[in-house]
Write a protein that binds this ligand. Structure first.
Ligand code: ZN
Length: 125
């Protein structure tokens, strides 16, 4: 963890706990842990109105039992924005499940190199 911004270091343990509670309340049905900061949830990930979120299950947890890549198709209406929060909610609705592996902390999304509308899930343990 060397990519932390300095302002995050100023958060106290209490503030951190409070944030985790708020996030848990926001997404009660998530089958994964959301390791984003509260203020990151409203960040717009992309201006696209249609994206595909890809999860490759490529970590070692699946070495013995390979799992096929999942594609989650997400569309937002003109009045909505592709924020972290919006995408996470759609992934919950589409039953993204990271509980079978040690890497169940969703840290964000990165754009795939070969496509503007394809994102990959960043997970940590
Ligand atoms: Zn794993």
């Amino acid at each position: 963890m060397d990519n932390k911004e300095t302002n995050e270091l100023e958060k106290t343990e209490e503030e951190y706990e409070y944030e985790r509670e708020q996030i848990d309340k926001m997404f009660p049905n998530a089958l994964f842990d959301i390791a984003l900061e509260l203020e990151e949830l409203d960040e717009i990930v992309t201006e696209q109105s249609y994206i595909v979120v890809k999860n490759t299950y490529s970590c070692y947890c699946y070495d013995d039992c390979k799992k096929n890549t999942d594609f989650f198709h997400i569309t937002c209406k003109p009045c909505e924005k592709m924020t972290n929060k919006f995408i996470i909610q759609q992934l919950i609705n589409q039953k993204l499940n990271l509980q079978e592996c040690n890497h169940r902390f969703l840290e964000g999304f990165i754009k795939s190199k070969n496509s503007d509308c394809q994102l990959e899930i960043v997970v940590g343990s």
